[in-house]
Design a protein around this ligand. Structure first.
Ligand code: NAD
Ligand code: NA
Length: 396
């Protein structure tokens, strides 16, 4: 069928298989152009189908020649209804991996559940024996705690005071002022329960208990800090508390992996357009200014450039992994450069509806947003009928 983007609020409810495939191929080409990374050999990626997790899977496979198992939660296609983009991404990834003889299998289901963990452990046991790298890259609005049965919902709220600032509707380009009410009740605890480190720890404990982690195994989860402009709603808001918890969990995991000389890291990555970040007020305006400046400076990166750098220049250099004063890996270094941030602060003050298309990279923002769903991808002919019924080799 002919597949077009269909928007509902801030999300797109359709996705294009050919566009998703092209996105994956472009990322693979990028990794191939950068050469071999002596690193991981058997990798589990939790949250492997989009964003930073997909980039991690591609870098592991095509950069390190690693076998990969990917866990994700995606909607499969049905006749006349497209799958979610992560489904098509994973199908394309497996095809490309299998073409060059790389092991790649996927598990589609709720990574927070005991069932999916058990299924994953059994697959590792049967096919890989052990893994030497575990990437934890989940982004979810809800989590059912498998021990208590409680369903937690995360929120994106400031803590303490109402936060008022500028924001942009990136579809219309309209800049307006927005006020976000502070958290109340169990908002903080719930957000920590969803996006903090508890589930990461559960995964590592489960793998360890079955002796599925190789000696010297590494595990990495992703975090964000960002500038003072977005601090109230991000790093000092409810989501920031969850990231604090995630970062603290890295130390707890490293302690629990002493016997096998394992290490847990949090990598702080740069701000990028994803389904999640588009829904956070204020962030799209920040990202559109950030993109503009980083492109002008020739230092713009997407997920794949970020993760390639994480592997080649941080994790697998052959030397000690460089970390900041809080033990975190930083690949947000270019975003946080003082000259970049000073320019954003200046543009931020000037930005209004009438000049934002000039001051910021609204067009780049929109393109990246549509690209997430496989639309507006260069080289794809959208006038040609596409088959929505795409299988993932290892699942179908
Ligand atoms: P994303 O939405 O692109 O990817 C999320 C992944 O998690 C997908 O593979 C999805 O299928 C999977 N997933 C969600 N719920 C699941 C569940 N219940 N069971 C199994 N899989 C599930 O998100 P992203 O932007 O790549 O974020 C990944 C991590 O990177 C997050 O921790 C995020 O905070 C962090 N991060 C994001 C940014 C940014 O700007 N986007 C910046 C720095 C750090
Ligand atoms: Na991801």
């Amino acid at each position: 069928m002919i597949i077009e983007p269909r928007m509902r609020g801030f999300i797109c409810t359709t996705s294009h298989p050919k566009g998703c495939e092209q996105n994956v191929k472009n990322q693979i080409d990028y990794i191939n152009s950068k050469g071999i990374i002596e690193g991981a050999k058997k990798v589990l990626v939790i949250g492997a189908s989009t964003g930073f997790g997909l980039a991690s899977r591609i870098t592991s496979a095509f950069g390190c020649n690693a076998a990969t198992i990917g866990v994700f939660f995606e909607k499969e296609p049905s006749e006349g209804k497209t799958a979610s983009p992560g489904w098509y991404n994973s199908a394309a990834f497996e095809d490309e991996a299998h073409k060059v003889g790389l092991y790649a299998k996927s598990i589609n289901g709720d990574a927070f559940s005991k069932e999916i963990k058990k299924q994953t452990l059994e697959l590792i046991k049967a096919d890989l024996g052990q893994v030497d790298l575990v990437i934890y890259s989940l982004a979810s609005p809800v989590r059912m705690n498998p021990e208590t049965g409680i369903l937690h919902r995360s929120t994106l709220k400031p803590i303490g005071d109402v936060f008022t600032n500028k924001t942009v509707d990136f579809h219309s380009g309209k800049v307006s002022e927005i006020s976000i009410q502070p958290s109340s009740g169990d908002d903080i605890e719930n957000t920590v329960a969803v996006m903090g480190g508890e589930d990461w720890m559960m995964w590592i404990e489960a793998l360890k208990a079955e002796n599925l982690l190789a000696t010297g195994a590494t595990t990495v989860a992703y975090s964000y800090i960002g500038p003072s402009l977005t601090e109230a709603v991000y790093r000092k808001g409810t989501i920031g508390r969850a990231k604090d918890h995630l970062e603290a969990t890295a130390f707890a995991i490293t302690d629990s992996l002493k016997a096998i000389d394992g290490k847990a890291y949090v990598s702080v990555n740069k701000a990028l357009v994803t389904q999640a970040s588009s829904a956070i007020p204020v962030i799209p305006l920040y990202i559109s200014l950030l993109y503009k400046i980083m492109k002008e400076e020739g230092i713009h990166e997407g997920c794949i450039e970020q993760i390639q750098r994480l592997y080649q220049e941080r994790l697998y250099t052959g030397n000690k992994v460089p970390v900041d004063e809080k033990g975190r890996i930083r690949v947000d270094d270019l975003e946080m450069r003082p000259d970049v941030q000073a320019k954003i602060a200046q543009l931020w003050a000037e930005a209004v509806t009438e000049n934002l298309a000039e001051l910021g990279d609204l067009e780049g923002y929109r393109k990246d947003f549509y690209n997430l769903f496989g639309f507006d991808v260069d080289g794809v002919d959208y006038k040609i009928e596409a088959d929505e019924m795409v299988n993932i080799d290892s699942i179908a």
